[in-house]
Design a protein. Structure first.
Length: 132
């Protein structure tokens, strides 16, 4: 009987450790995705001021590429300093690939003593709609 009780406690402890580590990793991923989305939206707000006078027929405002990348990186530096991002800009969109390493509780118990690598991608663009 004692071996079954010990085995039951080991199984319960293993499930507890795995669920706590998995929950922490999920929360960290969602936080990373939110930070990445915010940075992409901030970068998409860096509209080329010369394009404001003449947005063209497409209804899309052009981005100032250098300013968009700078604003997105500044946003990440202020909200999530441990996140690194690779940005790609087109004339109308900003795409960020954000990466970080997250230390989770019981990381050594799940064979991740140095943390779990997380990555998220976010894209934002500038669009204006014609007034009715």
């Amino acid at each position: 009987m004692i071996p079954l009780v010990v085995l039951g406690f080991l199984l319960a402890g293993t499930l507890l450790v795995a669920s706590v580590a998995g929950g922490a990793a999920l929360v960290a991923y969602r936080r990373l995705a939110a930070d990445c989305d915010g940075a992409a939206l901030a970068g998409a707000a860096a509209v080329d001021r010369a394009g404001l006078a003449n947005p063209g027929r497409t209804g899309v405002l052009p981005l100032d590429r250098a300013a968009a990348e700078g604003v997105a990186n500044d946003y990440l530096r202020s909200t999530a300093p441990a996140v690194t991002a690779t940005s790609t800009t087109t004339p109308t969109t900003v795409t960020l690939v954000c990466r970080t390493t997250v230390r989770v509780p019981f990381g050594a118990a799940i064979a991740r003593p140095h943390g779990i690598s997380e990555s998220a991608t976010a894209t934002a663009g500038t669009v204006i709609r014609p007034s009715t």
